[in-house]
Design a protein around this ligand. Structure first.
Ligand SMILES: *[C@@H]1O[C@H](CO)[C@@H](O)[C@H](O)[C@H]1NC(C)=O
Ligand SMILES: *[C@@H]1O[C@H](CO)[C@@H](O)[C@H](O)[C@H]1NC(C)=O
Ligand SMILES: *[C@@H]1O[C@H](CO)[C@@H](O)[C@H](O)[C@H]1NC(C)=O
Ligand SMILES: *[C@@H]1O[C@H](CO)[C@@H](O)[C@H](O)[C@H]1NC(C)=O
Ligand SMILES: *[C@@H]1O[C@H](CO)[C@@H](O)[C@H](O)[C@H]1NC(C)=O
Ligand SMILES: *[C@@H]1O[C@H](CO)[C@@H](O)[C@H](O)[C@H]1NC(C)=O
Ligand SMILES: *[C@@H]1O[C@H](CO)[C@@H](O)[C@H](O)[C@H]1NC(C)=O
Ligand SMILES: *[C@@H]1O[C@H](CO)[C@@H](O)[C@H](O)[C@H]1NC(C)=O
Ligand SMILES: *[C@@H]1O[C@H](CO)[C@@H](O)[C@H](O)[C@H]1NC(C)=O
Ligand SMILES: *[C@@H]1O[C@H](CO)[C@@H](O)[C@H](O)[C@H]1NC(C)=O
Length: 565
């Protein structure tokens, strides 16, 4: 069937699927994930359907983060509910990442769709799965867990008008002249019909278009161009430019690793960036149409809609020109890690905005909890309180652990003359509690960063090693606690990832940063705790390069303050 036939059928069939009375107690899930979409460059302001069907009908979790700002590691972490240091799929390609690493680590039998099928779900997926899911690997072995699938396959994943796709494991085909996101939209609506017809089981439908990712020629010498919008959207937003926030191409350099070396962009480069930005916004318009098609089909089946949670998010964020950076991701800056996350469905407050911190590692636990499936002990995340009921008893932790191993690949490298920046391995933690919002990082160069995100949301003033204060806390005391937290999180598993202070203070009397700031812990954190360090900028999780791996635990005898007073 051609795409136009599929679309025709899709619109003709927009009426309710006859005889579909879903008789299930578990809810359905529709999970829409774009690729490299920013929150901080305001892309969602240009998506009316995200506003109408998600922001107005559901809750926006404004402090949602990816835990690795790179597609493949982020997706594997999301699909397993595990931190990247535990999946050890940390890159997009060999030796540290890509689909073959996902297989090697045994996740093909142990990840979200397999678990959902075992819990009685029908599962469907269309779009990009992960990097390295390619012509040579997609049937070797096949990816498990999907009742219906239509995957974008490398090297055609990022070619907007000539995608390569494999439907239900059939030989991959190219679609010259057809628009990638439209193909994904047609496949998604088709699977939705299948799911509704198979009314004896609840369903999960994953929809992963590639917009607004760059058009990328994959392979050893990857080449990145601006994304290609659908022809019908090429004319939109002619005068829109990247928001000129205080951190856009600033006249001062950054303070750590290669950020210290990047020169200011010239006008040619700024124009190129603005054009890149417009193409991203244009490419997202077809994602809006995809959302409309899904909502239209669900609206025709109100009992199904009534029992379905819909999520809109992306795999990682994106920057263009902030801190002088050329287009790309992979950094620990807020643009790359704080990303769109919307959810709507039964019990989810409408038109609400939440600032409870959450991350991609929390998504599978969230789905499990909504479906009444017992949480696995090896989850490194915890359910996000998305419903009114869950919000009423919210105990979610206040931190998000962000990690990265490798280089920063420069996109749009025609203008920047450099295809990558080395020394991009770092450990980072965001802590968002009552009265404080902090970003703390240790780079593989052993440089440190500390930003007060309340007063410096654009991350222009590194407070590390200054005589400043945050929330009236001296920087040295604060840094010492954040170091202890980061050290606890860097190799955490399971509950330690969500309740790290319990590991540092086994008595359970310290539950958050504020508790840990008690003066009686000064000596413990400032003198006895080990620092987070690196001995080299390894490209993967090579433990011998990562300094201390476990924190020292608190001992009463270190309470100098109480002894002396
Ligand atoms: C739904 O399932 C319940 C329990 O299995 C059964 O009693 C009921 O008749 C079913 N309803 C419909 C409409 O099939
Ligand atoms: C989906 O796959 C699961 C696991 O193989 C199976 O039990 C279920 O019957 C399938 N659903 C449909 C509609 O074929
Ligand atoms: C589409 O991609 C295939 C595979 O790379 C290639 O052989 C074909 O020439 C391309 N078609 C067009 C119209 O670009
Ligand atoms: C874009 O800018 C041009 C030149 O400044 C102006 O003539 C035009 O009206 C603007 N278009 C829009 C849609 O704002
Ligand atoms: C640097 O940028 C700041 C803020 O935009 C501005 O106040 C200052 O004058 C600039 N300095 C130079 C040397 O351009
Ligand atoms: C949807 O659910 C609400 C609340 O549970 C209920 O009042 C309403 O009748 C339901 N609508 C449909 C079409 O099932
Ligand atoms: C800007 O920098 C690029 C190199 O990235 C160079 O090719 C170009 O000539 C420069 N343009 C201007 C206006 O300086
Ligand atoms: C990378 O970091 C190492 C170790 O700190 C340093 O020697 C080297 O100069 C850095 N390279 C670049 C390009 O920043
Ligand atoms: C911080 O204060 C101490 C003591 O007043 C002083 O010696 C030191 O130079 C100051 N450091 C900075 C970075 O201002
Ligand atoms: C992660 O995988 C890489 C590549 O296989 C390996 O070299 C490294 O030792 C692994 N790290 C851990 C902590 O398992």
């Amino acid at each position: 069937m051609t795409l136009s036939q599929t679309l025709l059928l899709a619109s003709a069939g927009a009426a309710a699927v006859v005889g579909s009375v879903q008789n299930v107690t578990k809810p359905n899930f529709i999970f829409i994930m774009t690729d490299d979409q920013d929150l901080h460059l305001n892309s969602i302001d240009y998506q009316q359907s995200v506003q109408k069907h998600f922001a107005q009908e559901g809750t926006w979790f404004k402090k949602h983060f990816c835990t690795v700002a790179l597609c493949c590691p982020s997706r594997v972490s999301l699909l397993t509910g595990k931190a990247a240091h535990n999946t050890n799929v940390t890159d997009v390609s060999a030796p540290y990442g890509g689909y073959p690493r996902f297989i090697e680590e045994g996740f093909n039998d142990d990840y979200l769709p397999v678990w959902l099928q075992n819990a009685g779900y029908n599962t469907y997926y269309t779009g990009k799965m992960m990097n390295g899911h390619s012509l040579s690997t997609y049937n070797n072995p096949r990816i498990n867990g999907w009742n219906g699938s239509d995957f974008l396959i490398d090297p055609g994943t990022y070619i907007f008008y000539n995608a390569t796709m494999s439907r239900n494991h059939d030989p991959a085909k190219n679609y010259p002249g057809e628009y990638s996101t439209d193909l994904i939209s047609a496949a998604a609506v088709g699977f939705l019909d299948d799911a509704i017809k198979a009314s004896d089981r609840p369903f999960f439908l994953g929809v992963a278009p590639i917009a607004p990712h760059s058009e990328t020629i994959t392979g050893g010498d990857a080449k990145f161009n601006a994304p290609v919008p659908a022809k019908r959207h090429e004319h939109l937003f002619p005068n829109v430019t990247v928001p000129r926030t205080p951190n856009f191409n600033p006249n001062t350099t950054g303070t750590a690793s290669y950020f210290k070396t990047i020169r200011q962009l010239n006008q040619t480069e700024i124009d190129y960036n603005d054009d890149w930005y417009r193409k991203r916004l244009q490419s997202l318009q077809s994602v809006d149409e995809l959302i409309d098609s899904i909502i239209e089909r669900l609206s025709a089946n109100p009992t199904v809609l009534n029992n379905t949670y819909l999520i809109y998010t992306t795999d990682n964020g994106y920057h263009i020109g902030q801190h002088r950076l050329p287009p790309g991701k992979s950094c620990n800056i807020e643009e790359d890690v704080n990303i769109p996350f919307f959810i709507r469905g039964p019990g989810v407050p409408k038109g609400a905005v939440q600032t409870i911190p959450s991350s991609h590692t929390d998504i599978v636990p969230t789905l499990f909890s909504l479906a009444g499936i017992p949480l696995r002990e090896d989850f490194d995340g915890e359910p996000i309180p998305v419903t009114k009921e869950l919000l009423a008893k919210n105990e979610k932790s206040e931190h998000v652990n962000i990690e990265f191993w490798g280089e920063y690949l420069v996109e749009g490298n025609t203008f920047f003359g450099q295809s990558y920046f080395p020394n991009n391995t770092y450990k980072h933690v965001r802590v968002i509690g009552e009265g404080y919002d902090l970003a703390y990082a240790v780079w593989c160069t052993n440089e440190l960063e500390l930003y007060d995100m309340v007063n410096d949301p654009y991350q222009l003033t590194n407070l590390h090693n200054t005589n400043s204060t945050v929330n009236s806390w001296p920087i040295a005391s604060l840094s010492s606690r954040l170091n202890g937290l980061l050290l606890t999180l860097k190799r955490c598993k399971g509950r330690t990832c969500t309740r790290p202070w319990e590991k540092l203070h086994p008595k359970g009397d310290v539950k958050n940063l504020k508790d840990a700031m008690d003066k009686k812990f000064d000596a413990f954190y400032e003198k006895h705790q080990q620092p987070v360090t690196f001995s080299e900028c390894a490209l993967g999780q090579v433990l011998s390069a990562e300094g201390a791996l476990e924190p020292v635990q608190w001992r009463e005898e270190w309470d100098e303050w109480s002894y002396h007073t």
